[in-house]
Design a binder for this molecule. Structure first.
Ligand SMILES: [Zn+2]
Length: 236
């Protein structure tokens, strides 16, 4: 594998469009073709698992198309995120979408990339291919990365509370978490704020499941049972 001759300036989005079920299988497929390693830098599996791909110190093997800098190919200038699935037919689930958006935002931060449709590109934007598929939610994807980076709120752990009564147990729980934590509260209709999606993992204290791909419910039939569920989690 060749060492990467430049700094990473772009994100390149792909789908696998094959029979492989996970990153290990994609890697094996690429090794079978005689490549030094999997061609992508990361693979987002159907359930949202982020599979590690090729070390970024080497050029990728995913897109020989010319990057907008006019000098380097996307193999040389881009961080490649692929997605298990064929988005010519499939519709991407939120479970797969959000971990990819978060990874993309993290990589934009890491490499100093200002997110836009110029810097976050699809394979087909510079190469004759369908990849990553007509159903790939590109507009939404780029917008959400921009939104995440603007808000600069990307926390490891979120805690969603039902009402003010849940604030004390939420703070107790937060104190036990070593990661960065944000506490969110539902509105009067019981709906969570849109910002919960900025948390990698969400504890739900009180109330039922919400639309978040990675949540832990700590709730009971009433306030007391909810506090007890949190206490049990904390080992009281
Ligand atoms: Zn591709």
């Amino acid at each position: 594998m060749e060492l990467r001759p430049c700094v990473i300036q772009y994100i390149d989005l792909h789908h696998t469009a094959g029979h492989e079920a996970n990153t290990a299988q994609v890697r094996q497929e690429h090794l079978n073709q005689g490549w030094g390693d999997i061609g992508y830098n990361a693979v987002i599996e159907m359930d949202g698992t982020v599979g590690m791909g090729r070390d970024i110190k080497y050029s990728g093997a995913h897109d020989p198309g010319m990057s907008p800098d006019g000098v380097h190919t996307m193999n040389q200038a881009a961080y490649a995120i692929s997605h298990i699935g064929n988005f010519m037919q499939d519709i991407m689930s939120d479970a797969q979408f959000w971990p990819s958006v978060r990874l993309c935002a993290q990589k934009c931060k890491e490499f100093g990339i200002v997110p836009s449709k110029t810097t976050i590109r699809r394979h087909k934007d510079q190469y004759p291919t369908d990849c990553p598929g007509n159903n790939f939610p590109y507009e939404r994807y780029v917008n959400e990365v921009i939104h995440l980076m603007k808000g600069d709120v990307m926390v490891d752990e979120g805690i969603l509370i039902y009402g003010p009564d849940d604030f004390v147990p939420a703070r107790r729980l937060a104190a036990t978490l070593n990661n960065e934590v944000a506490i969110f509260m539902r509105n009067e209709q019981g709906m969570p704020p849109a910002a919960i999606k900025t948390a990698k993992h969400l504890f739900v204290i009180g109330g039922g499941e919400v639309n978040h791909p990675n949540q832990t419910i700590l709730a009971g039939a009433n306030w007391f049972a909810t506090v007890a569920a949190v206490g049990k989690k904390l080992g009281y």
